[in-house]
Write a protein that binds this ligand. Structure first.
Ligand code: KIV
Ligand code: NA
Length: 263
């Protein structure tokens, strides 16, 4: 029952179904997710999970374009979103120049931008120049150094009100949906009710219009730590280690390759 998504269908999903978004960084895994997920995000989280860096800030546009091309090649039917990395949308002109480059050099359907009211003018500039934009508010990993850490949002009335303002500003700027990350469930519900475009949550409870998870987290490949909001649907790390251990043992015992596996 897979249906290829577009921005119109995603907007309509607000009142009809919960959206499933997952990250992918390469063709191999993108192909596995292609006809299951509504949206594939080439997240700058790849800078941590794949490049082993401490945060997302050092990801470059060149890297995001490379990975997006791999994802689009593996999953041509998917609705693919490129996560604009830190520093590539510091003002309207830079943002548009870089987003146009994304459309020219990849088949991404949209770009994602972190920021609320403070960046609504940038989102507006992109959407009024025919770039589809997914917003991202709440806990924004690209703000980790300036904020001094990752902090769950929406714990106070004031912060919840700011988040609602952020969501409304991004909707007004023309975004077709918004990621809401690391927000108290009660606040996430208020945000979801305040706007008419879908809210895709991560660490924001089950009150949103969809969910997103980083694939290597949900499949249990990332072992360093498990945030509270991640559910492990597979014990990927253990399965891989067991398999490679078996391989080593077969190599050592010369039971691999067998007669059937030789020329
Ligand atoms: O980079 C990423 O994977 C993300 C999602 C967690 C929303 O931004
Ligand atoms: Na990201």
């Amino acid at each position: 029952d897979f249906e290829k998504m577009n921005v119109t269908k995603i907007k309509k999903a607000k009142n009809s179904k919960n959206l499933t978004m997952i990250t992918a960084y390469d063709a191999l895994f993108a192909k596995l997710f292609e006809e299951i997920a509504d949206i594939i995000l080439v997240g700058d989280s790849l800078n941590m999970s794949f490049a082993g860096k401490p945060d997302t800030l050092s990801a470059t546009l060149e890297q995001m374009i490379y990975h997006t091309n791999a994802v689009c090649a593996g999953a041509p039917k998917a609705f693919v979103v490129l996560d604009m990395p830190f520093g590539t949308y510091i003002n309207k002109d830079e943002a548009l120049k870089n987003a146009v480059r994304v459309y020219q050099e990849t088949n991404a359907a949209a770009v994602k931008i972190e920021g609320g009211e403070d960046r609504a003018d940038i989102v507006k500039h992109l959407t009024s120049n025919s770039i589809a934009v997914m917003g991202h508010i709440g806990l924004m990993p690209q703000y980790v150094r300036s904020e001094g850490g990752y902090k769950v949002r929406g714990k106070t009335k004031e912060d919840t009100e700011q988040l609602i303002k952020d969501a409304i500003a991004i909707e007004k700027a023309g975004a077709f949906c918004i990621v809401v990350e690391g927000v108290m469930s009660e606040a996430a519900q208020k945000i979801t009710e305040a706007i008419s475009i879908p809210v895709i949550g991560i660490g924001a409870g089950n009150v949103t219009d969809g969910q997103v998870l980083v694939w290597s987290d949900m499949l249990g490949f990332f072992e360093e730590f498990k945030p509270k909001f991640v559910r492990h649907y597979l014990n990927g790390a253990q399965l891989v280690k067991d398999a490679v251990n078996q391989y080593r043992s077969d190599v050592q015992s010369k039971t691999f390759p067998s007669k059937e596996e030789e020329y």
